[in-house]
Write a protein that binds this ligand. Sequence first.
Ligand code: MN
Length: 150
Amino acid sequence: MSNSESSLEAYAKKRDFDKTPEPGPAREETRKRRFVVQEHHASHLHWDLRLEMEGVLKSWAVPKGPPEEPGIRRLAVQTEDHPVDYIDFEGEIEEGQYGAGTVVIWDRGTYDLSERDEKKLVFTLYGERLQGGYVLVHTRNDEWLLFKRK
Ligand code: MN
């Protein structure tokens, strides 16, 4: 992962910021690690888990939503980095635009990162709904598995 400017290229290319209410890329240094889960009623309902990291939001689309109990493994497809301002985004993305549909914040809070390498992230969420230890494990391509620790 390089600097946050270039890692937002994919995000910016897909959107017309004159037409979408979503935030454009902006560099922002942040002190506190935050996360958000956005319920996204796009062509297929999914939940977007975003972790603030390196000045961007590392993002995964979770088709069945993040597990709230241990013992459940959920597919999490990594998507393009999003700008940190996206952490507050809720609204309607117009039809014809990328990701068209309604976005609502399903959970938000802070997190601690305890382990990180290319294949694994171990973190603790302090959200309103999601709390406790979580693991993201890379399986193949853009696919990861998300589960809650016992
Ligand atoms: Mn989405």
